[in-house]
Design a protein around this ligand. Sequence first.
Ligand SMILES: [Fe+2]
Length: 330
Amino acid sequence: MKRRDLLQLLTAAGLGAGLPAWSVPGAPEKTKRTGSFSLDGTRLKFFHPKIKKEFKTVMIADTHLFRDDERGLPFQTYSARMAKAYNQTNHYLTGEPTNPEKSLVASLELAAKNKAELVTLIGDIVSFPSEAAIEFVVEKMRSAGLPYLYTAGNHDWHYEGMQGSMADLRNDWIQKRLLPLYQQNDPMMQVTELHGVRILVFDNSNYQISATQLQFLQQQLQTSQPVLVMLHIPLYAPGRSVGYGCGHPQWGAKADRNFDLERRERWPESGHTVATMEFHRTVFTSPAIIGVLAGHIHRPSLDIINGIPQVVTEANAVGACLEIEFIPTA
Ligand SMILES: [Fe+2]
């Protein structure tokens, strides 16, 4: 969807200029929500009485960097397809030719200009785990000097055709290559707090949530603070394809059309784990959660599930990022 179309859609739905507080009439006290949000293209604002001070963050997903050098030669049979996938892109607003490296740098410049207090890198920042691409990201984040959190997408750790389960390959390549991006944080789940807002970042880059991640979510939700959840693969929303594949009831071997193309383990016959489905249920019944932010789809979208907005950002490969503002209300 073009940005203009999205804006028209949002304006038509009355969402472009700020919603009234969205407590659900008649809902039991413990499930009542407070606050509101607005979305104008790539600008997302959350309003909540427990936000202590106005602040901004930037979320970046799906940059798909493909830089490589002689160290990547032994891996070329595994990186060839994705190395060509995003060589030249067109900017999502201007249509002008651009590329993933320019897009990442421009988004970090925007974050600096906005005085963003946090940058979140929410997966598929690289198209495969080449040392050169990861070094590029580490260096750009260092020179930007902005605090950041990183989580993997389904491509960051994936060399196509390499033998092994998704869970094992993810673990291997996080340890071998991606580790510096985590800055000592747990690659599977992270939390940070800014001015009364709790931000949770989960790795669901194999489309699943583990029992440990579910437990972490449950613990972190024992709060009256507003909580924002970020993960690469969007959570299932009614009517959406299995691309919105975390907690999607149809997710599994039968719905997996890309395992041959991506040369990876096929999704399991048994579908999602119990923990994944429970994670989805917990998120969308929590009174604390003010929003869910994701990437992966490479097209902007908004779903409101039980009053909780899930916003998917356009890919950074075409120059987009999400500017997020948090604003206290009386
Ligand atoms: Fe992607």
